[in-house]
Write a protein that binds this ligand. Structure first.
Ligand SMILES: C[S@@+](CC[C@H](N)C(=O)[O-])C[C@H]1O[C@@H](n2cnc3c(N)ncnc32)[C@H](O)[C@@H]1O
Length: 160
């Protein structure tokens, strides 16, 4: 598969899963939405549309979002997420979306040494984790894959 096809596949999987959480599964009644890896802000703008009644807080080591999608300064946490995310442990988030995979197994292995536990700590009970990297953690139950999402492309879990 070309890298272009793989990218399109990943983006449509991400959008389908986030729409599924919003429209079919439903968030727990309380809790913020956390966007782990703001990037250009495309997903942030989608999260704001889907979850207009929630505060959406974004994390990144740098602000590179398009002006039209940039979070208010109070809703942007700058720095290395394995450090900045610690402050959100116990915050009872309703949804954490993380798109910080690189496609390099060695780099992703380092991220996976801290990301699953950090997301579990951020989420409240019944909250959802949506991730481009698989999150192996005993407190995360995987939600069945949508027919439109290829195996191993994007993942959704509910905190038990
Ligand atoms: C693939 S992009 C996210 C794309 C985003 N969903 C969008 O709509 O544009 C990943 C982002 O995560 C950030 N990132 C990755 N790992 C990080 C880390 N450990 N700490 C802080 N930022 C990180 C990168 O700087 C990059 O902007």
């Amino acid at each position: 598969m070309s890298r272009l096809d793989a990218f399109i596949n990943r983006m449509s999987a991400q959008r389908d899963i986030l729409n599924h959480v919003a429209r079919d599964l439903g968030l727990p009644p309380e809790g913020d939405v956390l966007e782990v890896g703001l990037g250009n802000g495309r997903t942030y703008s989608h999260l704001r549309e889907l979850f207009a009644d929630r505060r959406v807080i974004a994390f990144d080591r740098a602000m590179n979002a398009h002006r039209s999608a940039a979070p208010h300064e109070d809703d942007f946490i700058i720095g290395e997420i394995n450090e900045t995310g610690q402050k959100f442990a116990g915050s009872g988030a309703a949804l954490v979306h993380a798109d910080i995979g690189t496609g390099y197994p060695d780099k992703d292995a380092i991220t996976l040494s801290w990301l699953p536990q950090m997301i579990v700590d951020m989420l409240g009970s019944g909250g959802y984790a949506v991730s481009g990297l698989p999150l192996a953690h005993p407190q995360l139950g995987e939600i069945p894959r949508l027919p439109s999402v290829n195996e191993g492309r994007y993942y959704v879990y509910r905190k038990l």
